[in-house]
Design a protein around this ligand. Structure first.
Ligand SMILES: Cc1cc2nc3c(=O)[nH]c(=O)nc-3n(C[C@H](O)[C@H](O)[C@H](O)COP(=O)(O)OP(=O)(O)OC[C@H]3O[C@@H](n4cnc5c(N)ncnc54)[C@H](O)[C@@H]3O)c2cc1C
Length: 371
């Protein structure tokens, strides 16, 4: 399983993108202003389902997410755990739900922008908004849907003195372009899926790859662990049991890392690029600065339209608050359906909204490609 999110925003790394490779949904890289009906911030389960509800009402959607693939918490935090409370589906894994949602929204051809954090929203009309991302993309939309969950996933920085000085030049928390590691002495730190996946992927490119983990037990897929051990046995890479205690280098360029073993002994290992994978935390991030009314760091919404304090900006899923709110996927799905009704009125002010069932409406079935 790849977990290569982009966190170092001035880095030039590019992650492989399973979505654009495996689905017909488009991945957009345009630098001009992107105009659309609706921008959804966050491609977690609720942002994905909102594409469906908006699509049934003919609204075109672009989704932006900091991560490199869809699914939010389901894909990032518990892809293999079973969920038992999705209506009508007795059991589905986190990733299974995301895959099903991606299939469900395919007829609407949403455009995904991964590896981008929305930093700014400006009001430019009644309603109409301009959004900009840290990657330099600019969007204009009539409606903005904030489906940002718990906020942005941020990497946990390892407790190594001075490591900040090497971040973005020699220390990375994600892989954006594998080629950057070609012919370098690479050190991967950690024992989870991300650490093991990138060990296996970068080992053939690197001049020498060292995996450092504080224990001989791993929290990664057994197959990946076995492959890594086989490479070590074959002398094709190194494994060091211990922790990185300090780093050496200058002007942002790493030259070595000092590994402290569990018995207290130390060892200097050549290292030009380091990839620490110490897990993620979630932070509200720039959303707090968008001038939207907050309640306990969540976006305050009404329960009729799930609109924030700014007309035209909606908040659905884990990011919102209203009396009685439950942070459940099923609640977010309901919120997406009601939000879409009001979004329609903003996008098509002159059109009448007719309520229809997918079971009986041939026009909805046409949109879904089933009739
Ligand atoms: C271990 C675990 C088990 C769970 N089990 C269940 C369960 O059994 N049933 C259930 O109903 N719920 C469960 N949940 C909760 C469920 O996962 C959440 O309710 C759901 O993921 C919320 O979906 P969301 O789309 O609102 O947000 P998220 O899934 O958090 O997705 C939000 C997305 O927004 C992106 N984002 C945030 N800020 C920005 C920004 N500024 N720019 C661009 N992108 C941004 C993030 O990168 C993220 O991908 C569980 C949660 C956890 C952690």
């Amino acid at each position: 399983m790849f977990c290569p999110q982009r966190f170092i925003r001035n880095g030039s790394f590019e992650a492989p993108n399973p979505v654009s490779e495996s689905s017909q949904n488009r991945q957009c890289n345009m630098s001009e202003i992107i105009k659309t009906d609706v921008v959804i911030i966050g491609a977690g389960p609720i942002g994905l389902f909102a594409v469906f509800e908006l699509g049934l009402l003919d609204m075109k959607v672009h989704l932006i997410d900091i991560l490199d693939r869809p699914g939010g918490q389901c894909a990032e935090l518990y892809p293999e755990k079973p969920i038992y409370d999705i209506p009508g589906i007795p059991e589905v894994s986190g990733q299974g739900l995301v895959d099903a949602l991606m299939t469900q929204i395919k007829p609407f051809g949403p455009t995904f922008h991964f590896g981008e954090m929305v930093e700014k929203i400006e009001k430019i009309g009644e309603p109409s908004f301009r959004l900009s991302t840290d990657g330099g993309k600019v969007f204009e939309a009539r409606v903005v849907v904030v489906a940002a969950g718990g906020g942005s996933f941020q990497p946990k920085r390892p407790p190594v003195a001075g490591i900040e000085g090497f971040e973005g030049t020699s220390v990375f928390y994600s892989v954006r372009k594998m080629d950057v590691f070609r012919d370098k002495a690479v050190m991967v730190v950690g024992g989870g899926d991300s650490a093991l996946d990138w060990t296996l992927n970068l080992q053939p490119l690197a001049k020498r790859l060292t995996l450092v983990h504080r224990r001989d037990a791993f929290r990664a897929a057994p197959d990946s662990v076995n492959k890594m051990k086989a490479l070590v046995e074959a002398g094709k890479m190194d494994f060091e049991l211990g922790q990185v205690s300090s780093v050496e280098g200058s002007d942002g360029k790493l030259s070595a890392a000092i590994i402290k073993a569990n018995d207290g002994s130390t060892k200097t290992v050549a290292c030009e690029a380091m990839l620490p994978f110490f897990g993620l935390t979630m932070k509200l991030g720039p959303i707090a600065e968008w001038g939207l009314a907050l309640k306990d760091n969540l976006l305050l919404v009404d329960t009729e339209k799930f609109e924030t304090s700014v007309p035209g900006v909606f908040a659905i899923g884990d990011i919102n608050w209203y009396p009685g709110k439950l942070k459940l996927i099923l609640s977010g799905f309901h919120e997406a359906a009601l939000m879409s009704q009001q979004a329609y009125r903003y996008c098509f002010p002159d059109k009448r909204l007719v309520f229809q069932y997918t079971t009986s409406s041939t026009s909805l079935q046409k949109k879904l490609g089933v009739s």
